[in-house]
Write a protein that binds this ligand. Structure first.
Ligand code: NOJ
Length: 540
């Protein structure tokens, strides 16, 4: 890894590892840090620049680690702080950067501060680190306001002494009160703890949620939210969050090597998202508007333009992502999403071959766009969403609390297949368990099954990532006139990307030599026939 690459993050490809589902070294059925460490060479060979690790901190796992009981301790499920240190060092030796998840909106209800707050009782200064309130109604038997939890039900839970506390997510995830100075101090020291250990940055969970409108006013209208797609409200995207990120940026900038932060910020407009990446705030923000865009040429082009314009207005790079641990994998989602949805929320079975063809085309488009790309583990294998998990194995708290929202997230979290013909397919020791069952069909999708195989999805990603390093410089993008349903753009004067979203084969003059295609195309006598749902990169 070189500290000499300036602004390495502006066009970085960052690979998300969901630790419990990546590689299980100790055979307990749950992935861990030593497992990740053993697989780092795979990521180097894949050709990514950095890794983002979802949480591995001490946690009762009520929300798969997004309920943190101690921000400076690694959960024994995943290993130890020494394992984390070794993982970061090994990654650096291989030229990979390592970003960790920070969860500042809420803690676990097992966090010592929350336990103290419960023990001390109403009026105690220790309660002020969270949002405790008396209830409404004659006996205080009603929640203090009308806010819903994103996981279903009210955002308030009543404790034994009669007060209520706020949790925008599960009851096991009480929201911090960011107006309390101790909370801000604590997170500044947590940032430094991990920066001192060597991490290259942070993914900020619920970055839009930390500050609530003062007085916690009612929303006052129907509040059926999707998991993360919440629009304007008194709980999210309040202007005060930006002061927090300015203070964090100053800390990041004290460290050598351009340490970064990426915001998980769901805001009502792209320009509100762009506010998180102003020059003195965070570096990147996930582009969920793009993730929610239907597979339709006009919609895609408009969203790409809008994204580039919104971020360049503040001098930030755009990010692109199609899958993560909260949404239906794009192999399935792009077959079922409609414009404006955060996409395929209730996963349906789709024609897997058609879904994979479209997903490969979408990934090759994404990797051709200027800016930074986020990949989610397993997409490079073309894994489908698992849509038939039985209720008894599901662990997503959203599934178990579901009323009025449908972000069931276990189907994209199934442990990934590495090798072999039987589950757990090299995820853990042979014959060992995996915390979610893997489909029988995944033997053919494993890393070993696809390694070096021409035409496999793994080969497509490896080739595309290698080309991306060579081909692109600068962040220009020029659209070309093209037939209905086809997107074509050029970069740098010598690169063209053509995407056929028309639903039928298209015939086009060959513009140059083919660099890579997401599926087979035919080229004859200067004419290319590009099948439906296919992307081609050309050198001009
Ligand atoms: C967003 C995370 O990505 C999701 O997995 C989690 O459930 C919520 N934030 C709450 O932390």
């Amino acid at each position: 890894m070189s500290d000499l690459v300036p602004a390495w993050w502006r066009d970085a490809v960052i690979y998300q590892i969901y630790p419990r589902s990546f590689a299980d070294a100790n055979g307990d059925g749950i992935g861990d840090l030593p497992g990740i460490r053993s697989r780092l060479p795979y990521l180097r060979d894949l050709g990514v620049d950095a890794v983002w690790l979802s949480p591995f901190y001490l946690s009762p796992q009520a929300d798969a680690g997004y309920d943190v009981a101690d921000y400076r301790t690694v959960d024994p499920l995943f290993g130890s702080v020494e394992d984390a240190r070794g993982l970061v060092a090994d990654a650096h030796d291989l030229g990979l950067r390592m970003i960790v998840d920070l969860v500042p909106n809420h803690s676990s209800d097992q966090h010592v501060w929350f336990q103290q707050a419960l023990a001390e009782g109403p009026g105690s200064p220790l309660r002020a680190r969270y949002h405790f309130r008396d209830g409404r109604g004659p006996q205080g038997e009603l929640p203090p306001n009308d806010w819903p939890s994103i996981f279903g039900g009210p955002a308030w839970t009543r404790v034994a002494d009669g007060q209520w506390y706020l949790h925008l997510f599960a009851p096991e995830q009480p929201d911090f009160n960011w107006e309390h100075p101790a909370v801000a101090d604590e997170f500044r020291t947590i940032l430094r703890f991990w920066l001192d250990l060597g991490v290259d940055g942070f993914r900020i969970d619920v970055a839009h949620g930390l500050v609530k409108e003062s007085g916690l006013p009612d929303i006052g209208h129907d509040t059926s939210w999707h998991l993360l797609d919440v629009g304007e409200s008194p709980c999210f995207d309040r202007d005060g969050v930006h002061d927090i990120y300015r203070s964090w940026r100053a800390i990041l900038d004290e460290y050598p090597g351009e340490r970064i932060a990426v915001a998980e910020a769901w805001a009502p407009t792209l320009s509100r998202v762009a506010a998180y990446v102003r020059p003195d705030e965070l570096h990147q923000a996930f582009n969920f508007s793009y993730l929610g865009t239907a597979w339709e040429a006009g919609a895609q082009r408009a969203m790409i333009d809008a994204s580039l314009a919104a971020m360049s207005a503040v001098g930030a790079p755009t990010t692109w992502t199609l899958s993560n641990h909260d949404v239906v994998r794009h192999t399935n989602r792009l077959m079922q999403a409609h414009e404006g949805e955060v996409a395929g929320k209730r996963p349906a079975a789709v024609d897997e071959a058609a879904g994979l063809r479209r997903a490969r085309a979408a990934s090759l488009l994404l990797l051709a766009l200027p800016g930074s790309a986020y990949l989610y583990q397993g997409e490079e294998l073309g894994l489908p969403e698992v849509v038939d998990l039985p209720p008894e194995v599901r662990q997503d708290p959203a599934f178990h609390r579901a009323t009025g929202q449908d972000g069931y997230r276990d189907g994209c979290r199934v442990p990934i297949p590495w090798s072999g013909t039987q589950a757990p397919y090299g995820f853990g020791p042979e014959g060992g368990p995996s915390w979610l069952p893997q489909p029988d069909s995944w033997a053919g999708l494993s890393v070993a099954a696809q390694d070096g195989v021409p035409g496999s999805t793994l080969t497509l990603y490896r080739d595309a990532l290698a080309l991306r390093r060579k081909v692109f410089a600068g962040d220009d993008l020029t659209w070309l006139d093209s037939p209905a349903g086809v997107l074509a753009f050029e970069r740098g004067g010598d690169f063209r990307c053509t995407v056929n979203m028309s639903g039928a084969p298209v015939t086009l003059p060959v513009p140059g030599s083919q660099l890579i295609a997401s599926g087979p195309i035919t080229v004859e006598d200067g004419v290319a026939v590009i099948p439906a749902d296919t992307t081609v990169w050309w050198s001009l």
